[in-house]
Design a protein around this ligand. Structure first.
Ligand SMILES: [Zn+2]
Length: 436
């Protein structure tokens, strides 16, 4: 299979016109023109690749129904594709091609911090919820997921780890990791974490949970001011990424955490002290340590000016866009649940029912966060794509398979138009979405 005539997001983080060749599940070759296409001309002055073809293609799904395709598809050999419902038909990728003329081809996104979507929470701890979340994410261009746990009892977390370990990838986004956001959180910076289960750092507990997760536990969060934090970080960081999170720690304490082995900062600016010129707090400590910095660019959690500031401070290679999305994502306004607490969703905002000033996760998927960062916050497209795909993949050690368009990677490609609407998704070499 190949994707022709796309504006391909290349390994050097620039767009070039070209073709992505795919063999089986993986990219075999990327052929592109020499000249790059600049971000400013592309986003502001129209599409140098030409207008996207919005008619002329049609395709059939497994049921035999046809839908109008938004890109021209050459259905040479039995490739079937999704109709407007987002359902996937069986696909055979042999000798087929997509003409993605005028569309951008970016890597499938990687979300390393979110809790749920489409009415399900990862902490439901069952296959039905994982499957539903994975399908929702894939439909929105997020093709690798590392969902997060909330602050719960070890017993409940154990159930979540076991359910994840038992999950088999194959439908929806690939489950590539678990981010353990609680329970080693500061009781004074809980956000939407449940105070009943806040816990001192516990090496043995993490070892037990990691074993149950069967290699999937990739990130463990900790407030570094908690007793025993230093020894915990030294020990656990040998195998698992340690992220500073839900903390009241000052600059010196956070510096100690990064010197001891932490390398990641959870939702930068949220649930931690801000930057003060005489009390710098955790953010400058993370910056000076070269840590990766997560950021929620949903338009609710962080002012656009601070989003731009964060990208300038940490640089495009260290920023990681996350959604931190909860179960109401993709659903209408109403009352939902996060970490055992009632949450009210109104528009793009979700807040604790018991404390409406406390934001409780987001209700925006990662693709839409990336889109918001670019279209509303003026983060350059190339930078935002890197922060939503390559950087998160690298942060959890899966960059050889996910996060970029390069030979050897899984053929996970999102095709989008210049308004950043998803027009097609190829997952592991199969066309899984094609609609308007
Ligand atoms: Zn979270």
């Amino acid at each position: 299979m190949e994707i022709r005539n796309a504006l391909v997001y290349c390994e050097d983080h620039k767009f070039r016109k070209g073709t992505i060749e795919i063999q089986g599940e993986r990219i075999s070759r990327v052929r592109t023109a020499e000249s790059e296409i600049s971000s400013s001309s592309r986003m502001d002055c129209g599409n140098p690749g030409g207008a996207a073809r919005t008619s002329g293609g049609s395709c059939a799904n497994g049921s035999g129904e046809t839908g109008t395709a938004s890109v021209v598809v050459q259905l040479d050999k039995g490739v079937s594709c999704a109709n407007g419902s987002g359902e996937t038909g069986p696909a055979s990728a042999d000798a087929s091609a997509l003409d993605a003329h005028g569309l951008y081809a970016i890597p499938g996104l990687v979300d390393v911090h979110f809790h749920g979507a489409d009415g399900c929470d990862f902490c439901d701890g069952n296959e039905e919820s994982i499957d539903r979340i994975a399908r929702y994410e894939a439909k929105h261009g997020v093709l690798a997921i590392c969902p997060a746990t909330m602050t719960f009892s070890e017993e409940k977390l154990m159930k979540v780890m076991r359910a994840a370990a038992a999950h088999k990838n194959g439908s929806g986004a690939d489950l590539v990791g678990i981010h353990m956001e609680g329970p080693f959180v500061s009781p004074k910076k809980l956000g939407a974490q449940n105070p009943a289960f806040a816990h001192a750092p516990d090496i043995a507990m993490v070892r037990r949970l990691a074993e149950a997760a069967d290699g999937l536990l990739k990130i463990v969060d900790i407030a570094p001011e908690l007793p025993g934090a230093k020894g915990f970080i030294r020990e656990i960081s040998k195998d698992i990424v340690i992220s500073v999170s839900h903390t009241c720690a000052d600059y010196e304490t956070t510096r100690m955490a990064f010197k001891s082995g932490a390398s990641h900062l959870t939702h930068t600016f949220n649930a931690m002290p801000g930057i003060h010129h005489r009390a710098p707090g955790p953010i400058p400590a993370a910056l000076e340590a070269g840590a990766d910095a997560e950021l929620i660019a949903d338009g609710v959690h962080i002012h656009p000016s601070i989003v731009r500031l964060a990208f300038r401070l940490f640089g495009e290679e260290r920023m990681i866009l996350i959604s931190d999305s909860m179960e109401a994502t993709g659903l209408p306004d109403g009352t939902y649940s996060l970490g055992g607490q009632a949450v009210i969703k109104r528009g793009r905002r979700a807040a604790l029912a018991s404390d409406p000033d406390t934001i409780a996760g987001s209700v925006t998927n990662l693709f839409d966060c990336m889109k918001t960062a670019v279209l509303d916050m003026k983060v350059p497209l190339e930078t935002a794509v890197r922060a939503a795909a390559e950087n998160p993949a690298r942060s959890i050690g899966i960059e050889k398979d996910y996060g970029s368009i390069a030979p050897g990677r899984y053929a996970n490609v999102v095709l989008m138009d210049r308004e950043m609407n998803v027009r097609g998704i190829v997952q592991r070499g199969r066309l899984v979405k094609l609609d308007n």
